[in-house]
Ligand binder design. Structure first.
Ligand code: 3PG
Length: 217
């Protein structure tokens, strides 16, 4: 973790990726879980948090974390439209993650002054994102779309692009991905098990976060 980062200032996509080895992909079904979960992750050394727009509670969770956990940098994931980006900005999200890339999402993020980690799975998608100025990209779904071999193949033609592989990454395979020169961090949901959240086992989340934040890059 780069302790020099002031979590209150605006950050670039690269700074967000460099802060810790893992960006947790969070699905929250209870607003009451948002703040203790964020605190548990921060206690384990993970400050860049992606709350996905996959539940009706997601925006309220983003708002709660933005308001009550200033040590975290709250981001929104699964943003698929300009309207999603605008709603996340209103809720206090500090960065946006999308499962794919569209010019509309890229433009909405620029307009809202929010860094974007757009998802890509093909060379054409990388080129579209690069054309709009995005060179830090989420490789999604990483394992299903070619995994380590794909990232190695891309390092030739897309040597100027840095990736955050997400999808199928676990504590067991994260280190392999992180060892690649074009990988800055990985994304994954394994730090936030649904059963730990349901039972309020925040200590387990902190332990998983600590292990993840100690992964070598
Ligand atoms: C995502 O939703 O961005 C990824 O699917 C997370 O994948 P995982 O659950 O395999 O970590």
């Amino acid at each position: 973790m780069d302790v020099k980062i002031n979590t209150k200032q605006s950050l670039t996509a690269l700074q967000i990726m460099q802060d810790a080895a893992v960006i947790p992909v969070i699905v929250l079904t209870e607003v009451a879980h948002a703040v203790p979960l964020a605190r548990a992750l921060v206690a384990g050394g993970i400050r860049m948090l992606e709350v996905t727009l996959r539940t009706p509670q997601a925006l309220a969770c983003i708002e709660a974390i933005a308001r009550e956990v200033p040590e975290a940098v709250i981001g929104a994931g699964t943003a698929r439209s300009a309207a999603d980006v605008q709603a996340c900005a209103m809720a206090g999200a500090r960065f946006i993650v999308s499962p794919g890339y569209t010019h509309a999402v890229g433009t909405a993020c620029r307009d809202a002054h929010l860094p974007l980690l757009p998802g890509v799975a093909t060379g054409s998608e990388i080129m579209a994102a690069q054309e709009d100025g995005f060179t830090e990209l989420k490789f999604f779904p990483a394992l299903q779309a070619g995994g380590l071999a794909m990232l190695k193949a891309w390092s030739g033609p897309f040597g100027d692009v840095k990736f955050c592989p997400t999808g199928g990454i676990t504590a067991a395979n994260a280190a392999e991905f992180l060892s690649l020169p074009n990988v800055v961090c990985v994304g994954g949901s394994w730090l936030v098990p649904a059963d730990a959240m349901a039972s309020g086992d925040w200590g387990r989340v902190t332990g998983l976060a600590r292990q993840a934040s100690e992964l070598l890059r």
